[in-house]
Design a protein around this ligand. Sequence first.
Ligand code: NAG
Ligand code: NAG
Length: 329
Amino acid sequence: MAFVGALRLLAVGSLITASVAKPIEPRFQNDNDDTPLPLVIWHGLGDTYQADGVRHVAEIAEEVNPGTLTYLIRIDEDASRDRYHSFVGNLTEQVTKVCDDIAAHPILSTAPAIDALGFSQGGQFLRAYVERCNKPPVRSLVTFGSQHNGITNFRECEPTDWICRIAMAVVKGDAWNSAVQSTLVPAQYYRNPDEYEQYLENSNFLADINNEREEKNEEYKKNIANLENFVMYMFEDDKTVIPKETAWFEDVNGTETTPLRARKLYSEDWLGLRQLDRKGGLKFRLAPGDHMKLTEDILKEAFGDFYGPLNPHRGRSEPRPKNVHSDDL
Ligand SMILES: *[C@@H]1O[C@H](CO)[C@@H](O)[C@H](O)[C@H]1NC(C)=O
Ligand SMILES: *[C@@H]1O[C@H](CO)[C@@H](O)[C@H](O)[C@H]1NC(C)=O
């Protein structure tokens, strides 16, 4: 009830002017089952929550599931500061801020659940939201080209992109330095199998959210296992993320690639991924092309398959998009 009432409020307010400036349709008032769950989107490195591309994705979500409230996650309301913080910041603090923002949001906080979409590094950050906060709980987490198992190398920057170049130069200098770990975002998901001990000791983010340290966090495991879907898209020709298989949580150590299901993290179920897999909620999907070369088709496929009303078998007015994979049926 509170959720529906809050949506009504939103229709007359301008609480989300920074996200999608479309009025919420009044059909929520009558049929609660028909209300799509709100969607939160976390953008990638070097992007901003106000970028045209991100906003366009929100429009596609609304097109596939009409009436979807979309919240674009930001670390700062100012777009250029938000972009800066995709390179600079302590991820523990950034995730806490996002948890607080979502928990305090007048609509999201009253939703029975939300869906989540993470682009590139935004994917592992949203996984951290699920593990550490999950208030409101995430139903389906979909990630595109994310670095779930970290990166073994740092990406190239555009010659004129000074924030990127300075950040990467510092990171390459000494990724395990605590000053670097506390301020440079990509360093916090750097994971080189050749320096595994240093990683376990110093990683400010990934070693924790992947539950790789001796002491396991049971809450993380429970929250991941309770997802309905965790969908990982890997870009077939990803040349930005090294190694690209990190998008499927695979472990690549130079000579060999170990699929997630063959890893200890899975067999000992440090994160609840095996439990989720057993109920059919763990999905590995391929997207064509290079890193984040998203097509509308691939987004519509994901949004149609995993987002929408809480009870997707009722009240869906649009036909399901093509390309429904057999692993989801
Ligand atoms: C990051 O922030 C958290 C919370 O403020 C703090 O406990 C932690 O020590 C910081 N990380 C580093 C590497 O300084
Ligand atoms: C890579 O991983 C495989 C499988 O776990 C292991 O047998 C091999 O020794 C590893 N190679 C290096 C260089 O660590």
